[in-house]
Design a protein around this ligand. Sequence first.
Ligand code: P5A
Length: 437
Amino acid sequence: MRLSQYFLPLLRENPAEAQIVSHRLMLRAGMIRQSSAGIYSWLPLGLRVLAKVEQIVREEQDRSGAQEILMPTIQPADLWRESGRYDDYGAEMLRIRDRHERDMLYGPTNEEVVTAIVRDAVRSYRDLPKNLYHIQWKFRDEVRPRFGVMRGREFLMKDAYSFDIDQAGAKHSYNKMMVAYLRTFARMGLKAIPMRADTGPIGGDLSHEFQILADTGESEVYCDKAWLDADVLAADVDYDSDLEPFYREWTSRYAATDEMHDAATCPVPATELVTARGIEVGHIFYFGAKYSKPMGALASLADGSTVPLEMGSYGIGVSRLVGALIEANHDDSGIIWPEAVAPFRVGLVNLRAGDAKCVAAADDAYSKLRAAGAEVLYEDRDDSPGAKFATMDLLGLPWQLIVGPRGVAAGTLEVKNRRSGERQNLPAEAALNRLIA
Ligand code: P5A
């Protein structure tokens, strides 16, 4: 993509309304614009990152055996009356009335809708287990939307729902999601710690939040010091094997959110305990028959008797992750994207837009990189070198490829790694090969 043609409205100044670095940088780098409080438009650069995050989440859900569906954003209130949550959910729910005076709502979560689908389709234990997920916008009328996409009112969530015939099956489904979540966040280069958590309006009595430690996090969290040095999971796990040992391993080290932490009963001595702030990027729940029983989602056993389905639900804050990734990956000059979620892999900078030789060399590099499948953002505009470097550092693409008159005369290009700052002059072909993944 040529910057001269790209829709990338950059801000030179720090926007006054942004209190945390990810919000500031997302606005300055032209990734998002606010539409109303807690509601954002995603501009081309931001949308590319959102799509990459979404795709990693999707691949790991699919790998675990979950199946993608797409449920609506607008839901009928009657389903929530069946589960008993319509009145309980309170002011966070955006309630809507259609032209026939029917009560509708903009979904804050989808337990009811998915339970209705499954109750009409599943009859017997032979149809189970199933795990259905979608990646869909949610609306929660938060009292204090803030920090940009971190606490929005409209936000993108991946939500999965598992259905099993018994508790043992449901626990296996829960364990699978725990593996999938560890893998998902590890692939993005994030260390997300599973912590015992409160279940809130979703319900049930077993739940874990996945928290990324960051000073700007909204939650207060407590964990064993050993977590600070622990490696996040990147290993392959056989989803059909017994995952209980795995679950025990990943939950044995103490980690709990504020609501669950009790200094009096905490097994970790104060000297070994870390108190920190965390960003909740995921939350998994096991709640048994909380929805299936009142909503009549039943399946028959081999002996002909029927039981309510055992359920769990599993959320990832897809749009929040974009902010969290920036909180974990930035410096004073701007964003530093991990390769896996970078909007483009390479920022190609032509330092002299008015110099025919530089233009020819940069155009050549651009077409060769693209032909090799590399995603390139090409700074082809007429601007000062200083401004171009500042823009590239702000956007945070993993690699910069710099074309300047001296290098062109010598047949070399400069390769800069955004994270390490390391620069290297290489013969043009070697430079290009270096950037082709
Ligand atoms: C699990 C999936 C649920 O809603 N039902 C379906 C369950 N869980 S949750 O913890 O309430 O939300 C899941 C994840 O969504 C993100 N999230 C948000 N992101 C941005 N802005 C918000 N206002 C917001 N609220 C929740 C979090 O990452 C959370 O873990």
